[in-house]
Design a protein around this ligand. Sequence first.
Ligand code: FAD
Length: 440
Amino acid sequence: MDRRNFLKIGAAGTAAASLGLATGFSPDPRKKEIEAKTRLDVKGYVSEPARKIPVVDAADIVVLGGGPAGVAAAVSAARQGLDVILLEREYYLGGLWTGCCVLPVNNTSGLLKNGKWGQVIYGFSDEICSRLASMGLSVTIKGDTPVPDPEAAKYVMELMLGEAGVRLLYNCQGAGVILSGDRIDAVLVESKSGRVAIKAKAVVDCSGDGDILEWAGEDFELRKAHIGAMWRCGNAADFKRRGVHKTPIDSVKLFHTNGEYDQDGLDIYNLTRLQLKMRKHMWDTLEKDRQLPGGENLFLLDSTTLLGVRVTRVLNSVRNVTYADSVRYASYADCVGVAGADNSLKYSGGTLPGKKRPVWQLPYSAITPKRIPNLLVAGRCFGFDKDLTYDAREVGTCFLTGQAAGTAAALSLLDRCSVQEVNIARLQARLAEGGVRFDM
Ligand SMILES: Cc1cc2nc3c(=O)[nH]c(=O)nc-3n(C[C@H](O)[C@H](O)[C@H](O)COP(=O)(O)OP(=O)(O)OC[C@H]3O[C@@H](n4cnc5c(N)ncnc54)[C@H](O)[C@@H]3O)c2cc1C
């Protein structure tokens, strides 16, 4: 991170400077190791006294993170008849989908084996998108990409969790895990009720950032990508320019910036710097857009509550999905669904145009960690190679990985086996009952 740039930015910069000037910390020989973990410039150490943490709840399955992957995972696990708790730090569901207004549900379709274009992600994704469409609060762009209203999406997700019997807890920031050998025994949570523990028989990491992966000591890779922002403006019915998209509400349009490239999404100084920069960018852009035809009465409707962090920790799974496999209709015996591919993809070998991208199978092994027997991983932190970074984490795929992970976590408990030993035929049958299709 460029600390000097950060310091230029007013109030938050002052906080950083005062941290930098603080004295009286004791040195620690593990400085390098700790700095790598915190990704911050560590000034010294304080010791936290050991304390007993109250266990306030227990569930068969605890899902951490209520983004697209977490909601799909929690609903799918509960539909298998298990007791599920979903922990979310914010006061709404949808993660970046609703909280950063990344509304288009990409990658539900792609080029099929028969050379035709077609939808491949069904199941939970189809269910939620159809429900939003039936409320008149979803439109379609690029032919078949659903774009919902974020408030409607938040509401529908809460309804779906309620109907499935998932126990939802907001204001719960996951803060660690308690291990018993290799097994996760409990998830630690910071909240307005204090630091509490929730016991779990199985856990699904849907934090987007793979928080549990690191706490549990599982194998992962830390990646950087561009961190940007999306925002919505009102009075925009007659406003048109590149990078501005329609939403289900005529007078509201969606705006977007790619932001800064190659950014660390786990460094709080960097995240604060970018958030300040993005908000300024929104206001500066609004001022310019108001000078354009149709933009005279634009107003900023929301600056969104989540910064646009695309990728951070990614699981080194039993078998990561590779770019090579994703473009050759590779089939896996442990296939748990088919992902679409409707965007052009930048990878190390160049750019593959959207309309030429084959659909690809999702292997169960890509959401399965190598070591922890009661952890599955879904959403933008499941196992995919670097060349798929700009693609494998789109909302459609997050729904798909979430449904697979939630169903598999449930099956591992029902069959009393580790997640690595789940019976694939039984898993595929349950996913098919949930609407998932496997044909390419
Ligand atoms: C700027 C930008 C534009 C994008 N555009 C599109 C697009 O047009 N179409 C598309 O399909 N995809 C797009 N994406 C990608 C897509 O939005 C994300 O990859 C997807 O939302 C990831 O879903 P997820 O459930 O894995 O994680 P997230 O959406 O990140 O959700 C994670 C959830 O976990 C919660 N959480 C995190 N850590 C903790 C914790 N420790 N304790 C408790 N809760 C926690 C968060 O609050 C959040 O609710 C875009 C992404 C960005 C950043």
